[in-house]
Design a protein. Structure first.
Length: 519
């Protein structure tokens, strides 16, 4: 088994997922519990994860130095590597910050960790600090333009370090690097990289998920389901319906912030699942609560609170009919959890309305069967459940909807502009035949204004930013290389057809550093 010590990285859980894909058992542990855990279970390797802190800060999480003398191979990733250097006599400083893709150049020589790696490949960085002095006996295996110590090793003590993240989807050969470490640990990756997809599939046991839902809900209780028409809540609902049948009552809350046609889509989904959803209209209530609110975290919290208020209202109605409703099903997935500060040492990126945005006290108990899965895994489960592609391949859409795509106050007028622009983007991508390949696309009302000349007259209108990204598991993304002709068409249509818009810009920022949504 390999122990993964969690220093709060957004992608710690992803390291475990990658190792699972190559058949390696892992256990994620708190830094303080590491030695105890190693003593308890046979540990063949230790991975020190990344994290948001700086090793030279007073309160930074650390680890007992004894782990370096156990003769167990150690791989430090990002913060984990910096901490290794810091504890073993190297020096880490607030350095050249680097976020997103960069080219890694391998050094000449024969390195076990470099097995089957090309001379040059793209890796993803996400760090503000850097090592300026390596500890004794460490050698550089690879470097990038701005990071001289990007890939290092101490061969004798089998301690390795990576400044970049091998676990993220966009790092090339990341799985091979982890496999090389696994080999050094004396473990055998039981599968080839080519068969990892098959392995992933067989690891998700639908029956187990169903049994778990039955166990949580019990014999008599009813479950209300927060459904949005999105893939996460659809898969969670299909699974729950399979587990407890008619004791599951899906509810769709129309808050006026969803895409056109969402209600019809929800009705279609539940026709297929065989349960009639309850539709609640909360458009007026939502817009009223959002009046004058400009802060994105506040918007999420208001929407999260309102959701719970509405579900508790529905629960009361059902209890009056003598239905023992005790649970609320949500389609929360792992990326929602980790971004809302899901682990001890992690940073809060944003309070996803269904996790960090929820009120502290709730009458309903949460049921979240997708909580430990990533988007692509949820899609796989959906396919295994036999759901049609049109439900599974849908673009993600945030729970707070257009509210987090309109910077500043959500007024009726700006909501109208956002909806119209969104419709244009979707229809042009569809016409061009590339919509199914696009992970996520949307316009943002930026709250920035610029001058336009329309029909020889001056206008001062809002700038729309177009965001189109490629991703699989949401943890990292790149901007889509949309052909210029299509971008031109979208831009022309938005400035011509959406009154009040002066220009369109294309967002070419990767995640990290930028999140997909603007808020
Ligand atoms: P970011 O912007 O964090 O988005 O890169 C990752 C994914 O999460 C969605 N998202 C949300 N979903 N409640 C949700 O249900 C939220 O508060 C929320 N914020 C972002 C986003 O659309 C993307 O798919």
């Amino acid at each position: 088994m390999i122990i993964i010590v969690d220093f709060g990285s957004q992608t710690t859980h992803l390291i475990a997922r990658r190792l699972k894909e190559i058949g390696i058992q892992t256990s994620i542990t708190d830094p303080d519990d590491t030695l105890k855990k190693i003593k308890k279970r046979k540990t063949q390797g230790i991975i020190l994860s990344g994290g948001p802190a700086s090793v030279y800060e007073k309160a930074a999480p650390t680890i007992n130095k004894d782990i370096f003398n156990l003769r167990i191979p150690i791989l430090g990733i990002c913060y984990g590597m910096q901490l290794t250097a810091h504890l073993l006599g190297g020096k880490v400083v607030s350095g050249k910050k680097e976020y997103g893709p960069t080219i890694l150049q391998m050094a000449n020589g024969k390195w076990q960790m470099a097995n089957k790696l090309p001379k040059q490949f793209t890796v993803w960085m996400s760090h503000g600090d850097g090592i300026v002095k390596l500890p004794k006996d460490f050698k550089v295996i690879g470097s990038s333009d701005s990071v001289p110590f990007a890939f290092v090793e101490n061969k004798k003590r089998k301690i390795f370090g990576l400044q970049f993240h091998p676990e993220v989807e966009h790092t090339e050969h990341g799985l091979q690097i982890l496999k090389n470490f696994v080999d050094i640990c004396g473990l055998r990756a039981s599968l080839t990289i080519q068969t990892k997809i098959k392995n992933q599939k067989s690891k998700i046991k639908i029956k187990e998920l169903e049994e778990n839902i039955k166990k949580i809900v019990g014999e008599k209780d009813y479950v209300l389901g927060a459904v949005s028409g999105g893939v996460d809540s659809t898969v969670a609902a299909a699974l729950t319906a399979k587990a407890i049948g008619k004791k599951f009552i899906p509810i769709y809350v129309d808050n006026g912030l969803m895409r056109e046609g969402t209600e019809e889509h929800v009705i279609k989904i539940f026709k297929k699942i065989g349960i009639k959803p309850v539709i609640v209209n909360a458009v007026g209530e939502t817009l009223l609560e959002l009046k004058k609110i400009t802060d994105s975290e506040q918007k999420r919290k208001i929407i999260g609170n309102l959701y719970i208020k509405i579900f508790e209202r529905e629960m009361k109605k059902m209890k009056a009919q003598k239905l023992p409703v005790r649970h609320l099903l949500q389609g929360t997935i792992y990326s929602d959890v980790i971004e809302s500060q899901g682990t001890k040492n992690s940073a809060k990126i944003k309070s996803h309305h269904n996790v960090g945005g929820l009120p502290k006290k709730m009458k309903l108990k949460l049921l979240e069967p997708m909580r430990n899965f990533y988007k692509d895994e949820v899609r796989k489960i959906g396919r295994e459940l036999g759901l049609p592609e049109e439900f599974i391949n849908k673009q993600p859409f945030p729970g707070p909807g257009y509210a987090v795509r309109i910077r500043g106050e959500v007024t009726e007028e700006r909501l109208r502009m956002e909806k119209k622009a969104d419709e244009i983007v979707l229809s042009e991508l569809e016409k061009a035949g590339i919509l199914p390949q696009v992970f996520l696309s949307f316009p943002v009302m930026t709250n920035a204004f610029s001058t336009a000349v329309k029909g020889d007259g001056r206008q001062f209108g809002e700038v729309v930013a177009l965001r189109i990204v490629d991703s699989k598991d949401i943890m990292t993304s790149t901007w889509s290389r949309i052909p210029y002709g299509i971008l031109q068409k979208i831009s022309s249509r938005i400035v011509n057809e959406v009154s009040g818009v002066s220009r369109v810009v294309y967002d070419i920022t990767t995640k990290p550093p930028a999140t997909m949504e603007w808020e």
